[in-house]
Structures are given as C-alpha cells and as structure tokens.
Design a protein around this ligand. Sequence first.
Ligand code: DON
Length: 309
Amino acid sequence: MTPVPATDVVTDALVELQRRLATLDEGEVASYIPQLATADPATFGIALTSMGGNHYWSGGVDMPFTLQSVSKPFVYALVLAELGLDEVTRWVGAEPSGEAYNAISLEPGTGRPANAMINAGAIVTTALVPGADEEERFERILDCLGRFAGRRLDVDERVHASESETGDRNRALSYLMRGAGSLPGDPRGVETYFRQCSVRVTTADLSLMAATLANGGVNPSTGETVVPEPVAVQVLAVMASCGMYNASGDWLLRVGLPAKSGVSGGLIAASPARFGMAVHSPPLDALGNPVRGVAVLRELSARFGLHLM
Ligand code: DON
C-alpha cells in the first residue's frame, strides 16, 4: 500500500513528532532473537489511517519488518470469529497478567494462560486456529493477516529460522501448558506461532490493520468485512487491558487507547470509529515496548484528547 500524501493538521503533527522524537536515544534493539538485532535503531516511521481510508504518515513507512507480538490480536480475532468468545475463553483468559510477555502463565486449577496478548496465551490462540494440519492452520493465519492489511503478506524466513533456533522458552511454555491440559493440540504447533511472528509487514500495512479493528472489522481500504464487529470490539477490549504487557495499566492511564506492541519495534493503537495507527522503531524499553512508539502515542493522546475515558 502506498499512502496518499496529505498536508493538514494530522500530517503536520506526525511530521513534527517524528522529527523531534527521532533524537530520543533510549532503549535497546531486541537481540534474544538474533536476527532482530540486525535492525537499524534509527528506523522510525509513523502512519495513521482514517475510517475513510485516508493515509497520513511521516518517516519511512514502507520498510518491511516482522509482526512479532503485534500478530497476536489479529490471530485472536481469527479464532474469536471462528469459535466464538465463550469457546475461546475456555482456553485463554482476558485478565492482565501483570507479568512479562514471556512469563509462565497457568491459572490455578485450569492451567489457562491469563490473556491472548502474552506468549503463552498467543501459543494457545494459534493452536485454536482450525485446520487439518500445521500448514493449513498457518495458511488460514496468513490469509487473515493479509485481509487486515489489504494485501497478501509473506514470511521473513531469516527471522523465522532465527526465532525457531532460539525459541526454547516458547517451546517450554507450550509443553508446560500441554502437561497442564490447557493446550489444545500438539505442543509442536508452537512452530506455527513462530511463523506467525515472522510475517512481514510495513508500518503502512500495520496502520491499515489497526484501522480495520477500529472500523468494526471492516477494512477501510478494501471495504471487506474481515471479522464481525463484535469480534473487533472484543479484540480492542483485550488490547486495552493487556496489549502493553506489564505496562498496560500505565498505558491505559496515560494514553487511553487499545494498543499492541512487538519486539521488532512495531506498535499499533486504535481509536474506535476514528482511526488506526502504527509506529515502527526498533529500540525497546525494559518491559519490551518500543520507546519511540510509546512516546509518540503519549504525546498524540495528550495533544488531541484521544483518551477514551
Ligand atoms: O515469542 C516471542 O518471544 C516473539 N516472537 C514475540 C514477542 C513479542 O513481540 C513481545 N513484545 N514485546
């Protein structure tokens, strides 16, 4: 997708923020997935998509990077649309974990992970995607992500190989949940979760994906209903309470928008019925959230009164 240039108050705000916050020199590029460590820390793009399908942006928004955890709300949407909230909630909760994204999360008694935005919950969500085998399951995921983005997406095979080689903690989570009876399917299905995290997008794609959630599940560019409106609302609710890991409470306090971050430096936020937006910049804070993305959203929310409460 090539964003359409626009010069107005939104573009001016994005350009000013991008220029000023480019000098913010904090955080570290993720390196526990070795291939992610090759990212240029100076990369910084901001994109915003209105419900009318207009695109506003500043900085580089056409450079591909991998979705990582930003894939989680969209795959959650896919299984909610397929199975319904009650069935999905039998397997994965909707409570903030108050812990890191890669924490062991087993609810006493049920073994359910706290929510679908942390790794344990996302591994369960991916396992819930209908399909005869892992290949079919992954194709469903790729197809759905592409409908949110308005174009067919693909996998960054180098990042995928790198994550698979170093993904023992996620494998351990998968086997722990299987042992607790809380993982539907084969623990080796975690490989499909690795592939989902390695799907390649641009900041412009991500903005449209967020806008589709903000627009009640209808892609504002293609007009396609990707998921039913109640599903989009359910996903935004869990993003609001759990999307920023153990910074979710502070985020809701200061920014007040549903959001989701990822370790490659992507961040989406949605203002329901108004716009979706995305920021990409690789350096992360100590909790794994992108430093510049958080700063952009804090400022925009304050300046334009975006807080939902
Ligand atoms: O499973 C992982 O560790 C990565 N594929 C995704 C984690 C992630 O993006 C957490 N985000 N802050």
